[in-house]
Write a protein that binds this ligand. Structure first.
Ligand code: PLP
Length: 405
C-alpha cells in the first residue's frame, strides 16, 4: 500500500509538543484532504436542498447526492442503489432496523438473538424492541478466546427467532465473525439477519450480497468520511416491506389529513433534509480507499496488528484480550493500572488511545474487567506508531512503580 500519511493534515498537528500518534481509529478516523476538500467544494459550488428544486443548482446537488449513493452501493457490493439508505451513522441505521423490522416481524413471545460482543448500538435498540413487544431477547455467548460460540448460536436458532443481529467485527476484541455462515444458518431457521458493519467496512473488502445479510449498517466517519453520515444497506424486497421509521418531508408520496402514502425506497427511509455534504464526503472517502485498495488496507492492518500484539505481549504485566486472528484493534490492560490512567499517561507522549468499556458493557462483564485500553489502527499508522505506544506503556509501568529492578 502506498504511504498515505501526507494526505492527512491533522497528523502534522503536534500534541503536547510531540508528533501525534493517533491510535483511536475504531472510534473515528482522521480525514484526508481529498475528503475535506470534497465537503468544502460541495458547499462552495453545489449547495442546495435535494429532490425539491426545479432549478439547476438543486438538480446538481441531487445528482451529487445520488452519485454518492451509487458509489456506496458499488463499494459494498449492493446490487441495487435503491437498497442504500443514508442515515446519520450505524446507531441510527440499527435503530431504524429495530424499529421498522420490529413492527413488521415481532409479536409477543417472539425471539430476537444478539451476541455478547455487541456494541450498545446493536443491543439497546433490540432491548427497547423486546420490551415494547414483550419479545424474548437472547444473547449468544463467546468462547474463552473471544470468538462467537457457534454451537450456542445454533442452539439459539433452534428456538426460531424472528431476528438475528450481530456485529461483523468486534470493536473491542477485533474478532471477525463468519458472517456468511451465520447468515446462512439464520436464514435456514427463518430469521432476518441484521449486521453491524461499523468496524468491518472501513477495514475489509465487504460484499453484502455475498455475505447474505438482509440489513447491513456502517458509519462514514469510521472510514475516512465525515461525521453525521452513515448507511443502512438492505435488500430492496425487505426494505419495501418494512414500514417507515421517521416521518416528515421527502419520505411521502401523497398526504391526506389522517393518512399518507410513502415514497419508494430508499426515500421512504430518508425523512427531512439529508446530510448531502456528508454523502459527498463519503463518496470521496470511498474513492480514496478504492485507490489504496481494500485488500492492501486489510493487509497493512493485519501486519501492524500482528506487530502490535508482539510488542505489547513483551511488556511485563500486560494482558491482551481477543483472538489471534483479528481486525486492527488491540485491547489490553496493564497490571492494575486503570485504563483511564494509562490513556492519560500515554497521551502525554502524544499517543492517543481509548480507555473505557467501549460501549460494550456486557462484553466487559464477560472479560471480568470494568474497562480496557484499546489501540486501533488504520491506513496512516506505521510500525513507528506501535513502537511509540510500546515505549509510552513502558513509561506508564515505571511511573506506577512496576519498573524492572
Ligand atoms: N457498532 C460498532 C461495532 C462500533 O464500533 C460503533 C462505534 O464505535 C458503533 C456501532 C456506533 O457507531 P456510530 O457512533 O457511528 O453510530
Amino acid at each position: 500500500m502506498r504511504d498515505p500519511r501526507a494526505d492527512f493534515p491533522i497528523l502534522g498537528e503536534p500534541v503536547h509538543g510531540r508528533r501525534l500518534v493517533y491510535l483511536d481509529s475504531a472510534a473515528t478516523t482522521q480525514k484526508p484532504r481529498q475528503v475535506i476538500e470534497a465537503v468544502a467544494d460541495y458547499y462552495r459550488r453545489l449547495n442546495a436542498n435535494v429532490h425539491r428544486g426545479a432549478y439547476d443548482l438543486a438538480v446538481r446537488a441531487t445528482e451529487a447526492y445520488e452519485d454518492a449513493r451509487a458509489a456506496v452501493a458499488a463499494f459494498v457490493g449492493a446490487p441495487d442503489p435503491r437498497g442504500v439508505v443514508f442515515v446519520r451513522g450505524t446507531t441510527e441505521a440499527l435503530n431504524l432496523a429495530a424499529s421498522s423490522l420490529g413492527r413488521l416481524k415481532v409479536r409477543a413471545g417472539d425471539g430476537i438473538v444478539v451476541t455478547a460482543m455487541e456494541h450498545h448500538s446493536n443491543l439497546i435498540p433490540w432491548q427497547l424492541l423486546a420490551q415494547e413487544r414483550a419479545a424474548r431477547l437472547e444473547m449468544v455467548e463467546l468462547t474463552p478466546q473471544g470468538e462467537l460460540d457457534v454451537d450456542g448460536y445454533r442452539r439459539a436458532l433452534e428456538r426460531r427467532p424472528k431476528i438475528v443481529a450481530f456485529t461483523h467485527v468486534s470493536n473491542v476484541l477485533g474478532t471477525i465473525n463468519p458472517v456468511a455462515e451465520l447468515a446462512r444458518l439464520a436464514h435456514e431457521a427463518g430469521a432476518v439477519v441484521v449486521v453491524d458493519g461499523a468496524q468491518a467496512v472501513p477495514h475489509l473488502a465487504v460484499n453484502v450480497a455475498e455475505l447474505g445479510a438482509d440489513l447491513y449498517a456502517f458509519s462514514g466517519h469510521k472510514m475516512l468520511g465525515p461525521m453525521g453520515v452513515g448507511v443502512l444497506v438492505g435488500t430492496p424486497e425487505l426494505l419495501d416491506a418494512m414500514p417507515p421509521y421517521h416521518g416528515g418531508g421527502e419520505m411521502i408520496r401523497t398526504v391526506q389529513d389522517t393518512t399518507a402514502t410513502y415514497a419508494p425506497i430508499p426515500h421512504k427511509f430518508e425523512a427531512g433534509t439529508p446530510n448531502v455534504a456528508g454523502a459527498v464526503g463519503l463518496k470521496a472517502a470511498i474513492a480514496y480507499l478504492g485507490a489504496l485498495g481494500m485488500a492492501e488496507v486489510a493487509a497493512h492492518e493485519r501486519a501492524l496488528t500482528g506487530y502490535a500484539r508482539e510488542r505489547l505481549a513483551a511488556i511485563e504485566g500486560l494482558r491482551l484480550y481477543g483472538p489471534e486472528e483479528r481486525a486492527g484493534v488491540v485491547s489490553f490492560t496493564l497490571a492494575d493500572i486503570h485504563p483511564h490512567d494509562l490513556a492519560t499517561i500515554v497521551d502525554s507522549e502524544g499517543v492517543a488511545i481509548r480507555a473505557g468499556h467501549h460501549c460494550a458493557q456486557p462484553l466487559m462483564r464477560r472479560l471480568d474487567v470494568p474497562a480496557t485500553a484499546r489501540a486501533s489502527f488504520y491506513v496512516y499508522n506505521t510500525r513507528e506508531d506501535v513502537d511509540a505506544l510500546a515505549g509510552a506503556l513502558e513509561k506508564a509501568r515505571a511511573l506506577f512503580g512496576y519498573a524492572r529492578a
